[in-house]
Design a protein. Sequence first.
Length: 321
Amino acid sequence: MPDRPRRPRLRRTLLATLVTFAVAVPVSGAARPEAVPAPAPTVLGPLRDASPAALEERYAVGRSDIRAAGRAAEAHGDLKRADSLRGMAAAGRQFLSFDGRDGGRSVEVVGELSSARRIAVLVPGAGVGLDAYWRLLRDARALHRELGEGGAVIVWLGYRSPATISPAALTTGRADKAAPGLRALVDEVRAVRPAARISLLCHSYGSVICTRSAPGTSADALVLYGSPGVAAEDARSLRTGARVWAGRGGDDWIAHVPHVRVRVPFVATVGFGTDPVAEEFGAEVFDAGDGGHSDYLRPGSRSLTNLARIAAGAEPLRASR
């Protein structure tokens, strides 16, 4: 009898441990956040004008700020960061905003925002950042090609992505701080491109951010894929008029993450609860193919095809039987 009161505490501890290992261990090679010094960027107001001339002026400021951050990184001795920033500052790159401080923040456009009728906002998850930004650009370009004429992709790295092996990757803290910025970006894009279809494509930890920003969003679609859980009971509780989609690749290790939320005393609530592809969540589930956690935007994949179709307002392809 004396052991019984201790069992709930033991169960909570075990669940928290399961969450930690299920999320952290498979991605032990993920990028680390690093405090590389960078100058304060040029102060830019909200996006108010999407004419080609106004956008090019803004893009030029972004490239200049990136070059300044690159020089600071090189002086600091971080040649990897400097090399990545050199690529980001190349002619033709289109950043609506950039801040190299505190791990880095950036918002880049692939395609012509001034004339886009279909706009996909990519919201990445944990373990991404400026040091390996080329991977985000690769995925954005693949999606842009799939969207075709009239499509544009916005890569939103508007928060300090947590290291994948870290307590921050297991809680909603970073997502809570990031959500207002994502909501503001969508509102700005809606204001300058009111007739465009806007879709939020939210990968892994990014799906937690998207659900936090969902209430009242002006986006047309909310797509959650490779999600560890969304820290929301169901799609109705998101209080959004956006159509909510969810998908998971057949070889995605995230399927093995326990979908629980556990209060760890004196620490935080660990885990993200409901799996968005579960029937009880109430999202529309799309066929994401058989790829792994990093394969959703791989050229030629079923997941890329269906993500682009959803962003374009078309029905995704059904799984073959």
